[in-house]
Structure formats: C-alpha cells, structure tokens
Design a protein around this ligand. Structure first.
Ligand SMILES: NC(=O)c1ccc[n+]([C@@H]2O[C@H](COP(=O)([O-])OP(=O)(O)OC[C@H]3O[C@@H](n4cnc5c(N)ncnc54)[C@H](O)[C@@H]3O)[C@@H](O)[C@H]2O)c1
Length: 370
C-alpha cells in the first residue's frame, strides 16, 4: 500500500524460510511453490527470481480439516505424511536468520497457529498473524512476545477493498442520512481453498464474530442477531480466487417508507490482502530495528496511515511509522535507548483525530485507542 515505510520498500522484503504441508509445495523454492496447485489466483507477476528459500514441511495439527480429504486433488490440500519436528522448524528459522514470521494458515487453524507462534517466539522472531486466531489479542501470548521485546501484530487481516469496509460504509451512510436500518446480510462466495476450507462451519466461529461485529459497531443501535447475517456463504469451484460479496440493506426513510440497496463486489481474493500484509511486515521490521516491542491488536488493515493534523497538515503519513518515530524522538532526547515500549492500537478506524493520542504515546508506556 506504501512504496516506502521507514527506509524500507516492498523489494526489501526477503523470504528466507517457508513452511507448508502440501506435497506439491514442500521441497520447492518459494518462487516455484507459489504457482503450484491448489493455488489458483490471477498471476500478476510471472518472473519471480529464485529466492533460495526451500519450502519445508511443517506440522499439520488442525491446518487440514477432515472434510478437505474428500475433494478433487486439484482443489484441496495434499499433506505429506512425515511432518517436521518442532526442533527442526525452530532450527530452520534460526539458520535462515529470519526476523519475523507471517501466518497465513487456513481459517480455524487454532492449534497450528499457536504452534508456529511458539516456534517464532523461541527462535526470537516477530509475528504477524493474518488469520482470526487470538494471539496478539490474547494477553498471555502478548506478554510472552513483550517479555522478549518482540513485535506482535494481528489478529486477522483486512483486504484493500473488501466486503467489510464496503458494508460499513453503506451502514454509515444510512446513519448519516437518518435511514433506519432494519435488516442486512453479506453473502460471500469464492472458489479457492479458503472458501473450501470454510465449508466446515465449526472453523468459522471467530471469523463470523469478527466480521459481524465490524458491521454492528457502526450501526449505532445494534440489530437483533436474526436481522444481520454476515459470513462466507458458499464454495463455487469455477470462481477460483474470485470472491463475490452480495450485500443487501433494508431500511426505512422519512415517513416510514421502505427502501433497499443491493450491492455486488467482485475482487480477486489473494492480492487483495497482500499490499496490507507487506505494510505490516515493514512496520514489524521497523519495530525490530528500534528495539520496540510493538504490539498492534486488531485486524490488520489498510489504515496504516492517517492524515495527520498539525504541522503535517493533510499530509498522509504511515500511521505506525509516525508512532514509532515519536517514540524514537522521545528516547533520543533523553539520550538513552528505551526498550520494551509497548504501543497498543485497538482500532485504527476510530483514531481520528489522533494528535492528542500521539502526544500521549510519548508519555505513556502503553496506550489504547478506544
Ligand atoms: N484476501 C486474503 O487473502 C485474506 C484476507 C484475510 C484473511 N485471510 C486469511 O489468510 C489465510 C490464508 O488464506 P489463503 O487464501 O492464502 O489460503 P490458502 O488455502 O491458499 O493457503 C493456506 C496454505 O496453508 C497451508 N497449510 C495448511 N496447514 C498447514 C500447516 N499446518 N502448516 C503449514 N502450512 C499449512 C496449505 O497447504 C496452504 O498452502 C486464511 O485463514 C484466510 O482467511 C486471507
């Protein structure tokens, strides 16, 4: 999303280690593995140089759901039988000199996420959790990373142009124009392994809560549960990585007159979060460089920048970078390096105006945006 964050450009990100369980990916250089089935996204860059990072076998845990066994092999995961050990994974992380780990496991991988987060912790890596499993938002995990002065960002990631933000914007428009919202749904369909995996509804609890709350929180007066339905709704193989969201809103205008809106969003799913992820990775790296145990709690989102008030009037700046810089200014004035400084951001969508909070961050050890 940003060409430069601190001194880092996207091209400065180097993949030095990778783990998967699929026999068509393990053993390949990452640059080749990304084109192996069941990956099915649009290719927007064909010539990827060899990275030298060979995909290593991980540990399966709950990354592979039972219902994935009965599917067309071209569409599902094909796990290798022999898993790596925890020690091998930690050794690989150390030997590769990796600095942070990014988690993109299938939704519902609770045990597997905790396993890899534990490996990252033991190997001394920062952790960017792109899936809805509580790590950054779990105080115990957060403390474990903070105690080691390691950055932790998550949980889950928002797309650049996703269904949730679009849904929230329309809800907000209803509220601003005084339209009473009575019922709404958001139905999502797609044909990638993420949607196939999500056919097992028991894996979706946290995802459904997080997506529903994102919309409920802007409605004002909450809708009764029966009047709001949000979630991945079906797997349509021919859609491949194209995700389609159908959003419907039913409300009442002046005079109690009914009105409705139907919106359809069609996007390529995988690249939609990639730009946000490479911003999060670079913010994590900045925190590592500066010895700050940065902790960001909340879905990782494109609001990694805001328009600052004050001297930088209306100058878009990367928000996290600004926070990190302020912390650094503070420490350099005192002439000593301050470590273990925690920055906790609850919801970047609600942080306007932020100048007062920014002043607070230079004084407080931990702060929150409501
Ligand atoms: N637009 C987006 O891409 C987006 C946005 C928000 C959240 N997410 C989340 O990111 C996650 C990944 O999405 P995706 O589309 O890349 O899914 P995917 O199915 O394409 O990729 C998951 C990968 O994990 C591997 N895997 C499964 N279990 C494993 C284990 N135990 N150890 C190592 N590897 C394992 C699979 O083989 C596969 O390569 C999902 O949870 C998704 O909800 C994605």
């Amino acid at each position: 999303m940003h060409r430069q964050i601190g001194s880092y450009r996207p091209s400065d990100i180097e993949v030095v280690a990778a783990f998967d369980i699929d026999r068509r990916k393990v053993g390949l250089d990452v640059s080749k593995a990304i084109f192996s089935p069941p990956n099915c996204t649009k290719v927007f860059s064909e010539k990827i140089n060899l990275t030298g990072a060979i995909v290593k076998m991980g540990c399966v845990f709950d990354g592979f759901a039972p219902h994935m066994c009965d599917q067309d092999p071209l569409r599902t995961f094909l796990p290798l039988e022999k898993e790596s050990t925890r020690e091998q994974i930690i050794a690989e992380l150390r030997d590769s000199a990796a600095e942070l780990m990014v988690n993109y496991l299938p939704v519902g991988s609770e045990e597997a996420t905790r396993f890899y987060a534990g490996c990252a912790l033991e190997a001394g890596l920062g952790f960017v959790n792109n899936i809805p499993v509580f790590i950054a938002s779990d105080p115990l995990w957060a403390k474990r990373f903070a105690d080691k002065n390691l950055p932790l960002i998550g949980d889950d990631i928002k797309a650049q142009m996703g269904a949730t933000i679009l849904h929230r914007m329309i809800v907000d428009l209803f509220r601003k124009r005084g339209v009473k919202l009575e019922r709404t749904y958001q139905l999502n369909t797609g044909g990638n392994t993420d949607f196939l995996n999500m056919l097992n509804r028991t894996r979706l609890a946290s995802k459904k809560v997080s997506k529903t709350e994102a919309v409920q929180s802007v409605i004002g007066e909450r809708l009764a549960d029966e009047n709001i339905h949000i979630g991945p709704s079906d797997y349509v193989p021919w859609q491949l990585d194209n995700k389609i969201a159908f959003i419907r809103m039913e409300g009442r205008l002046f005079g109690d007159v009914p009105m409705e809106i139907d919106v359809k969003l069609s996007v390529e799913d995988s690249p939609n979060s990639a730009g946000v992820a490479i911003d999060a990775i670079r913010c994590c790296k900045l925190a590592l460089d500066r010895g700050i145990a940065l902790k960001i709690v909340g879905r990782i989102r494109p609001h990694f920048f805001v328009e600052l008030r004050g001297p930088e009037l209306f100058q878009p700046v990367p928000f996290l970078l600004q926070l990190v810089c302020r912390v650094e200014q503070q420490t350099s004035k005192r002439g000593r390096k301050q470590t273990g400084f925690h920055v906790e951001v609850r919801d970047l969508a609600h942080c306007f105006p932020i100048s007062r909070q920014l002043r607070t961050v230079t004084q407080a050890k931990t702060f929150r945006f409501a």
